[in-house]
Design a protein around this ligand. Structure first.
Ligand code: ZN
Ligand code: ZN
Length: 369
């Protein structure tokens, strides 16, 4: 056993609390143990806290981890001890979607990432009393100081990358940037609207800037997020609380916008995204409220238009994460502007700052060691 500390969630809607826990030191052939340096907080962690999504509690959450490989199973050949890594969601590697280059749309995705267990139902995580904890969340549970993951979830990054900030590349950043690069694929000069200027939406803004899109329209309720969108390259800002968003988009693009990224994922934002599209346009639903609601879509507005539902940007993490690191190091994907760091002891403050919109992307540093 490797003893460590983790922010454990024991009850619905409770606070995350630091506890001593242990993770197994008996790695399976394809497993990797990583010492976590930092982890981002994502909206999905909070949906689990409120038990809108599984896994059941008690559990160790966290799925935007970065760290250093400290042990590998005997069959691991994609990373080595000492590698600096970002952790990515799990995929099976065997289903048709995995084999055709769409591992984030893996047929086993929900089972592997949200069940809180390995595929066979076991867990590598135990509390101080020896009781099992759900973990393996998105293949990691990086609110633990050490995680047991699987080599498909371990992405080695360059030595120049800022390891303590890099965790969000494993979820929020690939979710937004991948939806633009891999799914919408706007050509240079095409108009893009982004609904929701949180981490996913702002990653979409940065990706649209990389591709040379214009105009780039950011829509949000929070002024500080709209200001950040402008700093990242959005050309037009729409305050979603100030009136009809579709009318505001059409004042900028009279025929509607060619591409729309819905980074919120509520019925009304899906409706807005489809209503704002020009004929021939495409929208990507890249956020999820996790509540399984139905959305009303006007069938006349659907004609000649496309709506894609996208998980983690339909990305291949082994390809997109290093690409985003390279863009970042070239000054073209400044995701560090979204991040505020907190020692993990201040996870309660970080969660509140995420919920109020004060911080777009809180990143917790495992500073206790
Ligand atoms: Zn996430
Ligand atoms: Zn698969």
């Amino acid at each position: 056993m490797v003893t460590t500390k983790a922010a454990v969630l024991r009850d619905k809607a409770a606070e995350f609390a630091l506890e001593d826990i242990s993770v197994t030191d008996e790695l399976r052939p394809d497993e990797v143990r990583v010492r976590v340096v930092a982890t981002g907080i994502c909206h999905t962690d909070l949906l689990v806290r409120d038990q809108i999504l599984p896994p059941a509690l008690p559990a160790v959450l966290g799925h935007e981890g970065s760290g250093i490989v400290e042990a590998v199973g005997i069959a691991v050949d994609t990373c080595a001890v000492g590698d600096r890594v970002v952790l990515a969601p799990r995929s099976c590697g065997r289903c048709a979607n995995c084999r055709s280059g769409h591992p984030m749309h893996c047929a086993e995705w929900l089972h592997l990432n949200l069940r809180g267990r390995r595929a066979d139902g076991s867990t590598a995580y135990r509390d101080a009393a020896g009781a099992e904890l759900n973990g393996h969340f998105f293949g990691q549970s990086s609110l633990s100081g050490h995680v047991v993951t699987q080599q498909r979830s371990v992405i080695t990054i360059s030595d120049e990358a800022p390891l303590d900030l890099a965790g969000p590349l494993g979820c929020g950043m690939i979710a937004g940037a991948g939806a633009v690069f891999n799914v919408l694929k706007p050509p240079p000069g095409a108009g893009v609207a982004v609904i929701g200027a949180g981490a996913v939406g702002l990653a979409g803004v940065m990706a649209a800037v990389v591709l040379g899109c214009a105009p780039i329209i950011a829509v949000d309720l929070h002024r500080n997020r709209l200001d950040l969108a402008a700093e990242l390259g959005a050309t037009h800002l729409i305050d979603a609380g100030a009136g009809d968003v579709v009318a505001a988009v059409k004042r900028i693009c009279p025929d509607g916008v060619s591409f729309c990224l819905d980074a919120v994922g509520l019925p009304q934002t899906v409706h807005t995204a489809m209503s704002a599209l020009a004929m021939g346009g495409a929208a990507a639903l890249a956020g999820s409220s996790g509540t399984g609601q139905d959305a009303a879509i006007n069938l006349a507005q659907m004609m000649g238009r496309t709506l894609h539902g996208v998980i983690e940007g339909d990305s291949v993490p082994e390809l997109l994460i290093p690409q985003l690191v390279d863009l970042h190091l070239a000054g073209r994907f400044p995701f560090d502007k979204l991040v505020r760091t907190y020692p993990i002891e201040e996870i309660g403050v970080a969660v509140r700052d995420a919920e109020t919109g004060r911080t777009v992307k809180p990143v917790l540093l495992h500073t206790w060691r």
